[in-house]
Design a protein around this ligand. Structure first.
Ligand SMILES: [Zn+2]
Length: 312
């Protein structure tokens, strides 16, 4: 059961600035010079039939928009995979690299000294590598997930979302105060919102406006019984997500992380996006004001628009 073909997967880097002007980047996407990836990663890419296209590094895009490599205090890696770590070389050595402790313990030294490591030694040797502390004074829980209050003022949290890889992280970005609204940057905790929804906490509504998904002015309503029937025809409960996750280092943790994210996802003050979420292209303004413009309501069932790709 699953999708019949892998769709186009974008990979995003998030530029985050708090009210005091402190700037960080969450993930760096893929680097354009693929020949400089670690030998183990190049070998993996040689064995799969993926078409990889990277026109610009994230640094190039920032540079074109007037930013310098010294403008950021830190780059946070959600995890060590090649499509997230980008190329750190152009960033100032004053820019810290923030990772999960297990990533540092598992993959250092980098591939300049150890062929199996996916991380270039030059990414960390010239800068501070900071391990996120989920037990220190800035730690807290968001739902049942461990969190770290990065700026210490409740504007940005790093989130413990284990499972997809060794030391996988997500993040929670505050988008408004009163009401308190947040965008969850899920990174690779999911690879389709159909791995998250529906859930026992967020069941299928009485009708899903699947017309809205392609055009906000178009109304095509799909009643809940049709969606439920569709789920039942695939031997799934109506309150089960559309898809099972398949990409993970520890699938038990992948499932428990998704469950903990579902416990936040029902709340209309949260909106979850993920690292390869094609639906968010060009919607940064809408994401920041999602509670004001019914963005969540419009986009939350986007996976149903892909239902014609499903097979039993
Ligand atoms: Zn990825």
């Amino acid at each position: 059961m699953g999708v019949t073909k892998i769709p186009l997967l974008r990979t995003y880097s998030f530029y985050l600035k708090n009210s005091q002007g402190r700037k960080v980047l969450f993930d760096l996407g893929a680097r354009k010079d693929l020949h400089n990836l670690a030998p183990s990663v190049r070998h993996m890419l040689d064995t799969v039939e993926w078409e990889v296209k990277v026109d610009k590094n994230v640094f190039d895009i920032l540079h074109e928009n007037g930013y310098k490599g010294t403008d950021f205090e830190a780059i946070i890696w959600s995890h060590h995979h090649w499509d997230h770590i980008g190329d750190l070389a152009p960033f100032s050595s004053n820019v810290d690299l923030v990772v999960r402790p297990r990533l540092k313990d598992t993959y250092l030294p980098g591939h300049s000294n150890e062929d199996a490591s996916p991380i270039p030694e030059s990414d960390y040797s010239v800068r501070r590598m900071i391990k996120v502390d989920f037990n220190g004074p800035k730690s807290l829980k968001i739902g049942r997930l461990n969190a770290h209050d990065y700026f210490g003022n409740g504007s940005f949290y790093v989130l413990d979302t284990s499972g997809h890889s060794v030391g996988h992280l997500s993040a929670v970005v505050r988008t408004s105060l009163n009401p308190d609204t947040f965008v969850i940057l899920g990174a690779d905790a999911i690879h389709d919102t159909g791995e998250l929804r529906p859930s026992q906490y967020l069941p299928i509504p009485e009708e899903v406006n699947i017309g809205h998904l392609s055009n906000p002015d178009q109304d095509i309503f799909c009643p809940d019984h049709a969606v439920q029937q569709f789920q039942i025809s695939r031997s799934r409960k109506a309150t089960e997500p559309l898809f099972n996750p398949t990409a993970g280092y520890n699938m038990v943790n992948v499932h428990s992380t998704i469950q903990m994210l579902q416990e936040l996802d029902w709340n209309e003050n949260f909106f979850l996006i993920y690292a390869h979420d094609d639906s968010i292209k060009g919607t940064v303004d809408e994401l920041c004001a999602f509670s004001e413009i019914n963005y969540r309501e419009r986009m939350i069932w986007i996976s149903f628009s892909a239902s014609n790709q499903l097979e039993d």
